[in-house]
Design a protein around this ligand. Structure first.
Ligand code: HPA
Length: 251
């Protein structure tokens, strides 16, 4: 069934998710923004009976590292196409003992350890300065839709957790992760910020679907982290993303 009209959801795919399986009748849209080039074309299509816009955060061939993603252009492009709610899918390392590889988590807090990224749209000469409330960095209603959808689909999912956003692209040292743990972080990833804050600046509903790919440095039994294992776990966790989104959009 071909559909057009309002876009129900924007999905930003992270590492391992470069296209949305099940997206049908696709068209591709290159969107120019005042903030430069998005990571790639936005892929518009029908998914679970709704219009969905998909964007690969790192580009479709994973050519854009976390610290070089043009987060402003990505969200601007989705907003410009009429998207009003975005799910960001992010690969993460688990810090908390119960957040092992392949766990799905919908975090409710974050701490930003990134640096040197363009973090705001309040950046143009003479532009209005907006101080957004960011006490709750994610949109609760969208979080709840994700959580409910996973349960309907029969998938285990963890409600809440603090996402520590690091600079990447390297993984962290054990000492860095120990610090994040002391700070209260449950998860660590490289792309959660400034995406969440920029979404808020654009008044987009935004939630993170975090996929645990590995135990963060010093948190698992292994002395070092195997990148091959990360991608194997990530592939398994990523396969659940369309299942959750399908249940969410059909609810
Ligand atoms: N650290 C930061 N980002 C990540 C990790 C990690 O251990 N695993 C997947 N993304």
């Amino acid at each position: 069934m071909a559909m057009s009209g309002e876009i129900e959801l924007g999905v930003i795919g992270g590492s391992g998710l470069y296209a949305l399986p099940g997206l049908a009748n696709v068209s591709r849209q290159a969107v120019a923004t005042p903030w430069g080039e998005p990571s790639g074309e936005v892929v518009l299509g029908d998914f679970a009976g709704k219009r969905v816009a998909f964007l690969a955060r790192h580009g479709e061939h994973h050519s854009v590292p976390p610290h070089r993603v043009n987060y402003r252009a990505n969200l601007w492009a989705l907003h410009q196409l009429g998207v009003r709610a975005v799910v960001g899918v992010n690969a993460v390392g688990g810090i908390r003992a119960d957040l092992g590889p392949r766990t799905l988590v919908v975090p409710d807090q974050l701490i930003d350890y990134t640096h040197g990224r363009a973090t705001s749209y309040c950046d143009a000469e003479g532009a209005e300065v907006r101080h957004i409330d960011f006490s709750e960095p994610y949109t609760q209603a969208l979080r709840e839709r994700l959580l409910a959808a996973a349960r309907v689909a029969g998938l285990a999912i963890v409600d809440g957790g603090c996402y520590g956003a690091t600079q990447g692209p390297r993984l962290e040292t054990r000492a860095e992760i120990a610090r994040l743990r002391r700070d209260g972080c449950d998860l660590v990833g490289m792309t959660g910020m400034p995406e969440a804050a920029l979404a808020r600046e654009l008044d987009l509903a935004y939630a993170c679907l975090a996929l645990v790919a590995n135990f963060a440095a010093g948190c698992g039994d292994d002395a070092v982290i195997s990148i091959e294992e990360i991608f194997a776990h990530l592939a398994a966790a990523t396969a659940q993303v369309p299942v959750v989104l399908d249940a969410m959009l059909r609810a």
